[in-house]
Ligand binder design. Structure first.
Ligand code: AMP
Length: 597
C-alpha cells in the first residue's frame, strides 16, 4: 500500500543535492519492497553464520529461509545468551554467535542483574549504523531548506568505557562512534559548532564549557540545536545559567578561562577564540542577566529552526521544559535506534511529538513482531510472530531482531504500534519499553529494581519498628538535572515512631541509590545527569485516598493495584498535599567503570 506522503512529493525537488538524492532514492528502494530486503538480509545472516556454535545447535543444515529459521531457532532474551556473551567477553575468539569476530561490545542502557547489557558488534556494523544516520539530514533538508548554510550546536559527549577481561572495549554506541576513524575523517567540523577535541574530552565540564563557548561565538551560524537526550540539552541551558559570566569574560578578553586545562581543547580553542569581541560579550550579559529565561534559546541563537532531540517514549516528559526554553520551536525526533542495532528513521521529522512514527529500514537487521497482548499471561507463542511486511495498522507488537553480529530472534523489549505505511514499509509509533517505570536519561528502572531498592532501604527503619506500607515513584524532571522522587507511607510500632529522623531517612535515600542499577549510579556519579534521590514521607491513609481517587475515576475496586510510578497531575497534587517531610540522598552512591566480567 502506498500513501501520499510529503516525502514522496518532495523527493524530486530541483534544489536537492546529489548526495541527498542518493539517500532519498535509497529510502525509496528500501521501502518499496521491504519483504524481499528482509528475505535477503536473513539469508545473508544465516549463510555467513552457519558455522557458529549457536546456530549449529538448532540443526538448520544450511537452510537460510525464513520458514525453517522460525521453526527451529527459539525466541530469546538477553538472559538466555549470558553464557555465550560471557565467554566472548572473557576472550573466547571461536565463532560462538558470529562468524565475523566480535570487535567490541556496545553497552546498552538496559540492564541485566543491575549491570549494563553487553551487545556484540562486528567491525562492519559501524558502516550500517552510519548508513542509517546518513539518511537523517537528507530527509530533514526536504522540510527545512538551507540547513547547509549554517551549523548545528549539538552537545555531544563521550562516556566512560571499560575493557572486558578478554580485552574487548565495552562502551556506548555513540562513544564508540566519536572515537572511530569514521568520525575523525567525517566533515563534522563543517556541520557542528563543537570541535572534535571538545567532544572527545572525557571531563564533561571542560567539554561542555568549550562546546558552549563555540556555540556562543558562532551564534548567528547556528540553525539547529541538539543533544542525544533532552536532559542533555536542558543541562546545557543550566550550565549556561551557572557559567555565563565566565563565558562572557572569555569572549570580551579573547582569552580562554584557566578552568580549561585539557591540552587538546586549549590548543584547538586558541584557533577559534582569537580576538576579543566586546559586542558579543555585552549582548550575552544583557540576555543572561535577565531573570526570565523563557525563550532563551531563540534569543541567543535567533536563527534556530528546530531542536534535534528524541522526545518519544519516556523522554516525552521533557517537552514542556524544552518548549519553555526554546519559545516553542519544533522538536524533531529523528531516529529510533539501540545498541543491538539501529532500527529506523522519522520520515516526517517536523511533525508534532505526539505524531512521530518511525519507518524501520529493512536492511538494518531481520525484524519480527510479537503481537502484544495487554491481558496476556506472559506465555510466549513463538508461532505468532509476524514479518515486517505483515504487521497490521493499529496493532501493537514487541520488536524481535536478528542481527549480523549474532543475536537471533532477540526480544528488544520495545512495544510499538503500527500507524501506517510509507510505500510498503510499516511505520511505528514508539509506545514504551516493557517494564520501565522511571527514566531521567539513559537509566531505565523497572518495577523489580524499584522494589529491591525500597526493600533494602526500608530495612534501615525496621530496627526502629517502622515499616514502609506503601510506596510509589515519580521522575521529577522540572529540576535540572532531574531526580527520582519516592513517596513512602510509613507505619510505626506506635505513631510517635512512624517518622524517623532526617538522618535516618537520608540514609534510606542513599541506600536506595546504592541498590539501583549501574546505569543509574553511573548517571549519578560520572555523568552527573541525575540529581540526589528524594524520599517524600506522606501522611497515614494517603494511599487509601489514592485508591479512592482511582475508583472515582472508574477503576475496579477488585482490580486496583497501587501504581508504582505516577505522572498524572491530580495524583501528584494529591500526594504532594499530604507530604509530611522530604529527604535527599546526602552523598553519591558507589560506581566504578570496571565491569564484573
Ligand atoms: P540503548 O541500547 O541504551 O541505546 O537503548 C535503546 C533503547 O532506547 C531502545 O530499545 C528504546 O527503548 C529506547 N529508544 C531508542 N530510540 C528511541 C526513540 N526514538 N524513541 C523512544 N525510545 C527510544
Amino acid at each position: 500500500m502506498a500513501i501520499d506522503s510529503p516525502l514522496q512529493s518532495r523527493v524530486a525537488s530541483p534544489t536537492t543535492s546529489e548526495k541527498d538524492m542518493k539517500a532519498l532514492k535509497f529510502i525509496e528502494e528500501m521501502t518499496r519492497n521491504p519483504d524481499s530486503v528482509q528475505e535477503k538480509v536473513l539469508g545473508e545472516i544465516l549463510s555467513r553464520n552457519s558455522n557458529t556454535e549457536y546456530l549449529k545447535r538448532f540443526d538448520l543444515n544450511g537452510a537460510v529461509d525464513r520458514k525453517t529459521f522460525k521453526r527451529k531457532v527459539p525466541v530469546v532474551m538477553y538472559e538466555d545468551l549470558k553464557t555465550e556473551i560471557q565467554r566472548i567477553s572473557n576472550g573466547d575468539r571461536s565463532p560462538i554467535l558470529s562468524s565475523h569476530p566480535i570487535n567490541e561490545f556496545l553497552t546498552s542502557s538496559g540492564t541485566s542483574a543491575g549491570e549494563r547489557k553487553l551487545m556484540p558488534t562486528i567491525e562492519e556494523d559501524i558502516d550500517r549504523r552510519q548508513l542509517l544516520g546518513g539518511l537523517l539530514m537528507p530527509v530533514m533538508n526536504l522540510y527545512v531548506p538551507g540547513l547547509d548554510k549554517g551549523k548545528g550546536l549539538y552537545f555531544l559527549f563521550v562516556k566512560s568505557e571499560s575493557k572486558t577481561s578478554g580485552g574487548l572495549p565495552a562502551r556506548p554506541a555513540l562513544t564508540s562512534y566519536y572515537k572511530s576513524d569514521h568520525f575523525r575523517t567525517s566533515d563534522s567540523e563543517n556541520v557542528y559548532t563543537s570541535p572534535r577535541e571538545a567532544i572527545l574530552c572525557s571531563d564533561s565540564s571542560q567539554s561542555m564549557y568549550a562546546q558552549m563557548l563555540c556555540g556562543l561565538l558562532m551564534r548567528h551560524e547556528v540553525l539547529r540545536l541538539g543533544a542525544v537526550f533532552p536532559s542533555g540539552l536542558l543541562r546545557a541551558i543550566s550550565f549556561l545559567q551557572n557559567n555565563w559570566k565566565e563565558l562572557a569574560q572569555d569572549i570580551s578578553t579573547g582569552i580562554l578561562s584557566t578552568k580549561i586545562f585539557d591540552p587538546a581543547i586549549k590548543n584547538r580553542m586558541s584557533k577559534i577564540l582569537t580576538k576579543p569581541d566586546q559586542e558579543l560579550a555585552e549582548f550575552l550579559i544583557g540576555v543572561c542577566s535577565q531573570e526570565n529565561w523563557e525563550g532563551i534559546i531563540t534569543r541567543i541563537w535567533p536563527n534556530t529552526k528546530y531542536l534535534d532531540v528524541i522526545v518519544t517514549g519516556a523522554m516525552a516528559q521533557y517537552i514542556p521544559m524544552l518548549e519553555y526554553y526554546s519559545g516553542g520551536l519544533p522538536i524533531a525526533s529523528t531516529i529510533y535506534a539501540s545498541s543491538e542495532s539501529y532500527f529506523g528513521i522519522n520520515l516526517n521529522p517536523m511533525c508534532k511529538p505526539s505524531e512521530v512514527s518511525y519507518t524501520i529500514m529493512p536492511n538494518m537487521a531481520y525484524f519480527e513482531f510479537l503481537p502484544y497482548n495487554h491481558d496476556g499471561d506472559g506465555a510466549l507463542d513463538e508461532t505468532s510472530l509476524v514479518e515486517l511486511a505483515d504487521v497490521e495498522v493499529e496493532k501493537e507488537y514487541e520488536l524481535v531482531i536478528t542481527t549480523y553480529a549474532g543475536l537471533y530472534r532477540y526480544r528488544v523489549g520495545d512495544i510499538l504500534c503500527v500507524t501506517g505505511f510509507y510505500n510498503s514499509a510499516p511505520q511505528f509509533k514508539f509506545i514504551r519499553r516493557e517494564n520501565v517505570l522511571l527514566s531521567i536519561e539513559s537509566d531505565k528502572t523497572d518495577e523489580a529494581d524499584l522494589q529491591k531498592a525500597v526493600d533494602n532501604a526500608s530495612r534501615l527503619l525496621a530496627e526502629k519498628g517502622t515499616r514502609v506500607i506503601e510506596y510509589t515513584s515519580y521522575a521529577e524532571t522540572k529540576t535540572i538535572p532531574g531526580h527520582y522522587v519516592i513517596y513512602w507511607e510509613l507505619l510505626g510500632r506506635d505513631q510517635s515512631n512512624a517518622h524517623p529522623s532526617d538522618e535516618v531517612m537520608a540514609k534510606c535515600c542513599l541506600e536506595m541509590e546504592e541498590s539501583l542499577t549501574s546505569v543509574y549510579r553511573q548517571s549519578r556519579v560520572s555523568d552527573k545527569s541525575i540529581g540526589p534521590l528524594e524520599i517524600r514521607v506522606v501522611q497515614n491513609r494517603t494511599f487509601d485516598e489514592l485508591m479512592d481517587f482511582a475508583i472515582s475515576r472508574g477503576s475496579s475496586i477488585n482490580q486496583y493495584k497501587v501504581p508504582r510510578c505516577v505522572s498524572l497531575t491530580p495524583i501528584l497534587e494529591l500526594l504532594d498535599s499530604r507530604v509530611v517531610s522530604a529527604h535527599f540522598s546526602p552523598s553519591l552512591p558507589h560506581w566504578s567503570p570496571e565491569r564484573r566480567h
